[in-house]
Design a protein around this ligand. Structure first.
Ligand SMILES: NC(=O)c1ccc[n+]([C@@H]2O[C@H](COP(=O)([O-])OP(=O)(O)OC[C@H]3O[C@@H](n4cnc5c(N)ncnc54)[C@H](OP(=O)(O)O)[C@@H]3O)[C@@H](O)[C@H]2O)c1
Length: 336
C-alpha cells in the first residue's frame, strides 16, 4: 500500500479523506501552519503532521505526495517532491505551461517516480460509461463535441488564487477539463481554430473563454468560465447523441446521461449513484505506483492539454468584461 502525504490543508484535500482504499493510504499532512496541519490530521485520523512542506517531503515513511496547492505552486513542489524521491499526484492544472510541465516530467523521470495529474472526472463511472457507449457504436462515428464548464466563482468563497493573474483564471481552472475531454474523445488531431477570452481588465485574469476546434473528422467547442453556471457536454454522432448535464464537477451526487438513438428516435436514460471520484483516483494512483496498471491520465496527455490551452490563448480574440457591458466581474478580479 502506497503511503501518501498531503501538501496543504486544501478544501479539495478533504474530499480525498475517508475512503476504503486498497492501494493507497493518506498518512501525513503539511501546512504552512502546524495548528492547521494538526487539526486536519486529527479530524481525519492521519498519523503525522508538519508545519512545513519541506519537513513532509523529508519524511522517509512516505512514498508519494498529493499536491493540492494553488496553481502557481504546482511545478515548484512537484520538482521538490521528485528530488526527494516521492511519487507525485498533482492537482489540475498540473502546470502553468507546457514548458513548466516538461521540467516536472523530466525531474520525475530522473527521480524514477510517477507523475500524474489529478483529473478526478476520469474516474467517474458516468464518463467511463460514455466512452464505452462510444466504443460500442451506440451513436456511430463521433462528429461533434460541445463541452462547457462554467460556475460562478464567488460561490467557492475561498478562491483568491483563482482570481490572481497569471496562475488563476477559468482556462487553467476548468478549461483544462475541456481540453482533456475533447482530446480524449476526438483524438490528438484536434486543432484550435479560434476563440474568445474575456478578461477582468486588460491583461487581467480570464473570467470566460471559449474555443472552436476542428480535426479532419470532427468539430468541437469548449467553453469555460467564472461568470455563469453551465456544466454539461454533448457528444454528437452520425447515429445519435449523448447528453451529460452537470456531472463533470466533483460534486458527489447522482449523475445522469441521456442517449438519443436516431434509428428509432428513442431516448434512453442511465442514472449513476453518487460516488466519490477522489477515492477512486487515489486508489488508481497507488495501483499505478505499484506497477499493476497503466495510468489513466498519462503525461503525454497532460502536456498536450496544456499546449491546447496555449493555442487558445494565442488564437483567441480578447475583450474585457467591461466592454461586454452586461457581464459583471466578480469583486476583486483583476490584474495584480
Ligand atoms: N479535482 C477537483 O475536483 C478540484 C476541485 C477544486 C480544486 N481543485 C484544485 O485543487 C487545488 C486547490 O484548490 P482548493 O480550492 O482546494 O484551494 P484551497 O482550499 O485554497 O487550498 C489551497 C491550499 O494551499 C495552501 N497554500 C500554500 N500557499 C498558499 C498561498 N500562497 N495562498 C493560498 N493557499 C496556499 C494552503 O494550505 P496551508 O495553509 O495549510 O498551507 C491552502 O489550504 C487547485 O489546483 C485547484 O484547481 C481540484
Amino acid at each position: 500500500v502506497v503511503r501518501i502525504g498531503i501538501l496543504g490543508t486544501a478544501r479539495i484535500a478533504r474530499l480525498f479523506m475517508g475512503g476504503s482504499l486498497r492501494n493507497a493510504r493518506f498518512t501525513a499532512i503539511a501546512s504552512r501552519s502546524s495548528e492547521r496541519a494538526e487539526s486536519f490530521a486529527r479530524e481525519f485520523g492521519l498519523e503525522r503532521w508538519y508545519g512545513s512542506y519541506d519537513d513532509l517531503l523529508a519524511d522517509p515513511n512516505l512514498d508519494a505526495v498529493y499536491i493540492p496547492l494553488p496553481h502557481f505552486l504546482h511545478a515548484e513542489f512537484s520538482l521538490r517532491a521528485a528530488r526527494a524521491g516521492k511519487h507525485v499526484l498533482v492537482e489540475k492544472p498540473a502546470a502553468l505551461s507546457s514548458a513548466e510541465f516538461l521540467q516536472m516530467w523530466n525531474a520525475c523521470r530522473e527521480g524514477g517516480v510517477v507523475l500524474m495529474e489529478s483529473l478526478m472526472y476520469r474516474c467517474k463511472r458516468i464518463h467511463l460509461r460514455v466512452q464505452e457507449l462510444i466504443r460500442e457504436g451506440a451513436i456511430g462515428n463521433v462528429r461533434h463535441l460541445n463541452f462547457s464548464w462554467c460556475f460562478p466563482v464567488m460561490t467557492l468563497g475561498r478562491s483568491r488564487f483563482r482570481l490572481d493573474h497569471p496562475a488563476g483564471g477559468a482556462l487553467n481552472d476548468v478549461g483544462i477539463y475541456g481540453a482533456d475531454f475533447l482530446r480524449l474523445i476526438l483524438g490528438s488531431d484536434l486543432k484550435v481554430i479560434s476563440g474568445g477570452i474575456w478578461r477582468a481588465s486588460p491583461g487581467g485574469v480570464d473570467l470566460l473563454a471559449h474555443a472552436l476546434c476542428s480535426s479532419p473528422g470532427s468539430t468541437a467547442s469548449l467553453t469555460c468560465g467564472y461568470l455563469l453556471d453551465a456544466n454539461y457536454y454533448v457528444v454528437g454522432g452520425e447515429r445519435g447523441s449523448i447528453y451529460v448535464p452537470g456531472s463533470v464537477s466533483g460534486r458527489i451526487a447522482e449523475n445522469l446521461l441521456r442517449v438519443h438513438r436516431i434509428e428509432d428516435d428513442r431516448w434512453d436514460e442511465e442514472r449513476f449513484a453518487p460516488e466519490n471520484p477522489y477515492h477512486a483516483l487515489a486508489d488508481h494512483f497507488g495501483e499505478v505506483i505499484e506497477g499493476r496498471v497503466e495510468p489513466l491520465i498519462r503525461q503525454e496527455q497532460t502536456l498536450a492539454n496544456l499546449r491546447m490551452l496555449e493555442d487558445i490563448r494565442r488564437l483567441a480574440t480578447e475583450w474585457t468584461v467591461a466592454e461586454r457591458g452586461s457581464i459583471t466581474a466578480p469583486p476583486s478580479a483583476g490584474t495584480r
